[in-house]
Write a protein that binds this ligand. Structure first.
Ligand code: FE
Length: 173
């Protein structure tokens, strides 16, 4: 983030529908996830693409903000709305440089970090008794499980689009 003018930079994987939408609409809102967020919030907004479903359909814990987008009000402590001024191509990602148009604060609950999410929010994998010595590869980013002896070297997580370097081998026995 920067001040005078108030700016924010966000980096978005080109494989995500968000990257496509941002180039088209230029306006967005970042909801800031807090430590009281449930795993359900991550599932709703992180594990599926807006290309396949309208993630806000039937979702009431949100408000419409001044740029017309929606800010999530549950499991978040605030939001930042912005308008894209410049797009930088970083290869796998786009860097969107945007001017902040609105900010809001919902609570004083601390924001969650990636480490906090892994330690406290993401459910721990439960070893299943009947699955003896079955090899699995688990995405360290989102928890997606790939079952099989070998993970193909060009495998990409269907949920979060991360590659094989973000998978770890799990053997239940
Ligand atoms: Fe993943």
């Amino acid at each position: 983030m920067a001040s005078s003018p108030d700016r924010i930079c966000i980096s978005v994987n080109k494989g995500n529908f968000t990257a496509e939408m941002l180039q088209y609409t230029k306006d967005f809102t970042v909801s800031i996830i807090s430590q009281d967020a449930t795993f359900g919030l991550f599932k709703t907004f992180g594990f599926c693409s807006g290309k396949e479903m309208d993630r806000f359909k039937g979702y009431e814990q949100c408000i419409r903000v001044s740029n017309g987008t929606l800010a999530v009000t549950e499991g978040t402590n605030g939001f930042i709305s912005a308008h894209v001024e410049e797009t930088v191509d970083l290869g796998s990602h786009y860097l969107f440089v945007a001017t902040i148009t609105e900010k809001g604060n919902f609570s004083s609950t601390p924001s969650t970090t990636y480490g906090y999410y892994h330690a406290n929010i993401k459910p721990k994998p439960q070893p299943k008794k009947e699955e003896t010595a079955k090899k699995k590869y688990v995405c360290k980013i989102c928890g997606y499980e790939y079952e099989g002896e070998e993970l193909p070297s060009d495998f990409v997580c269907p949920i979060c689009k991360h590659g094989v370097s973000d998978f770890e081998k799990v053997t239940n026995n």
